[in-house]
Design a protein around this ligand. Structure first.
Ligand SMILES: O=C(O)CCC(=O)C(=O)O
Length: 279
């Protein structure tokens, strides 16, 4: 696949923290992903749904083999390569689906390596690749981001308690600042099959879904410069892998993208809150 303007997209990803690549999923893959995710979502219990009211479902991609195909989907790897990420590794992912008439997702960032100085430099340690399976708009829960917040402190960094807090997930207080609007936020509306690539440090959220249809996204986490990360970070990433439903052939399929840490160094301590170094 030929990516239009790859250098501009790379520059935008580094400076703003995100970029969008149109039309990455082909029709056949999109159809298969819709059908598998619908099956997994229909099988969820009421309890599972209530626990994740804000984000919508959080189903691990290790629950179905099709997601192993998505991890190494050639058009996605060609996109990463066009942006200059030649040796990416992959660690995990989720099916995140907002049911019809559901609340917004709170502001958060997903990076956990803030204890290491490399987290305060421009190159991304971890990227999200988000595939939306339906067209999105503010009406049905499109993504919102705060441009540049992966590298620059924003008032939300001091407001947010621990990201992904259980109270925020259950939307116990919809007046909490984590659900509000902030100057500088940008809506990212996409067509089904487009790919949103972003830095895991970027503050992001989503609108509520006011439509009568599900709004599903598959988020996959990649490490574009895994070999350049400190060993303690590599060790943490290598340990994130979980077995669940994947078969040996699924693991073989993604073997080249498996994040293997060669040293037996202690994994870095998980810390989701940026320190004062983020200015
Ligand atoms: O549901 C969305 O649009 C965003 C999902 C998200 O925030 C994430 O995967 O970290």
């Amino acid at each position: 696949m030929k990516v239009e303007n790859p250098k501009e997209k790379y520059d935008q990803l580094i400076a703003d923290g995100y970029c969008v690549v149109e039309n990455v999923l082909e029709e056949d893959m999109l159809t298969r992903l819709c059908s598998v995710t619908d099956e997994l979502l229909d099988a969820q219990t009421e309890e599972e749904r209530a626990a994740h009211r804000s984000s919508g479902s959080m189903i691990s991609v290790y629950q179905h083999s099709l997601f192993a195909e998505l991890v190494v989907y050639p058009r996605a790897l060609q996109t990463l390569e066009a942006l200059g990420f030649l040796r990416p590794k992959w660690s995990s992912g989720y099916v995140i689906s907002k049911p019809p008439q559901s609340p917004p997702l709170f502001w958060h960032q997903d990076w956990w390596g803030w204890n290491d100085p490399c987290s305060y430099t421009a190159l991304p340690q971890q990227l999200f690749l988000m595939y939306y399976l339906v067209d999105t708009t503010p009406y049905n829960g499109c993504l919102r981001v705060i441009k540049g917040s992966h590298l620059k402190r924003h008032p939300l960094h001091d407001i947010l308690p621990s990201a992904h807090g259980a109270e925020l997930q259950r939307v116990e207080n919809v007046d909490h600042p984590a659900f509000q609007h902030f100057p500088g936020e940008i809506d990212i509306s996409v067509d089904a099959g487009d790919l949103v690539i972003g830095d895991s440090r970027l503050l992001h959220a989503s609108h509520g879904n006011q439509s009568d249809e599900r709004r599903t996204v598959i988020t996959l986490w990649y490490h574009p410069f895994f070999a350049l990360l400190p060993a303690s970070m590599q060790a943490h990433i290598g340990r994130l892998r979980q077995k669940f439903g994947w078969t040996d052939s699924d693991w073989e399929r993604i073997a080249e993208l498996a994040p293997v840490c060669e040293s037996d160094v202690e994994p870095i301590k998980w810390n989701r809150n940026p320190g004062p170094e983020l200015k």
